[in-house]
Ligand binder design. Structure first.
Ligand SMILES: N[C@@H](CCC(=O)N[C@@H](CS)C(=O)NCC(=O)O)C(=O)O
Length: 211
């Protein structure tokens, strides 16, 4: 398997399927497409991306070109990795959470792009603050219902989707206690940022910035 990804410090879309691919325990190669360059789209196309965007997974004759679709493909291909919860209720809610992230939170995404090297205090718009409040509400509801340590109990694709969000909260100095959290969401955020897989991604991303 080959995963086309963008710069690890910036590519929030690539981080999600990369974390999931790691959790399969299967070997895969990574091809890095440099973002924020004039020829980013052309490079991605030349490497096999039908849209000129990344991430893309290539597995033999199969090409999958969207982060959520890649995660679903990996869950189908490697059922033993338990990438979605086994319990149908937990699975449905984990999927809803991942889909909400995949298609929503536009203001948060636009105003606070992922940048692993950044530590700042942003002046956030009302729309972004509403997004943060909703993330907090969702995290608290799922952690409360399934008992943690991750959103639907054990780590799942839903947690991969919210890992880039956790980096944004850290980079932009967002304290979840200002948005209705009584501690569980903040602790979960910290948990996402200390998994061995994320730490590996982060170290490589920060090293790339220096090279
Ligand atoms: N919906 C797509 C979005 C992918 C996306 O926006 N990728 C960005 C990088 S993080 C990209 O390829 N940007 C380069 C470009 O558009 O030229 C997915 O989930 O995979």
């Amino acid at each position: 398997m080959e995963l086309l990804i963008g710069d690890k410090a910036w590519s929030s879309w690539s981080l999600r399927p990369w974390l999931v691919a790691k959790r399969t325990g299967q070997p895969f190669t990574e091809t890095m497409i440099r973002l924020r360059r004039e020829d980013t789209g052309a490079q991605a196309r030349a490497a096999g991306s039908p849209t000129g965007q990344i991430p893309v997974l290539k597995d033999g004759a199969v090409t999958v070109w969207d982060s959520l679709a890649i995660c679903e493909y990996l869950a189908d291909r490697f059922p033993a990795a338990k990438l979605w919860p086994a319990d149908p209720t937990a699975r449905a809610m984990a999927r809803a959470a991942a889909c909400e992230m995949h298609s929503g939170f536009a203001s948060l995404r636009g105003e606070c792009p992922m940048d692993l090297a950044l530590k700042s205090k942003a002046d956030l718009s009302e729309a972004t603050e509403l997004n943060i409040r909703r993330v907090c509400e969702l995290w608290n509801a799922m952690l409360g219902r399934f008992g943690g340590p991750f959103l639907a109990g054990e780590w799942s694709i839903a947690d991969a989707f919210f890992t880039p969000v956790a980096t944004r909260f850290r980079s932009y100095g967002v304290h979840l206690s200002d948005y209705g959290d009584e501690g569980a969401a903040g602790a979960y955020c910290e948990r996402l940022l200390t998994t061995p897989e994320f730490l590996e991604w982060e170290a490589a991303g920060l090293a790339d910035l220096k090279s």
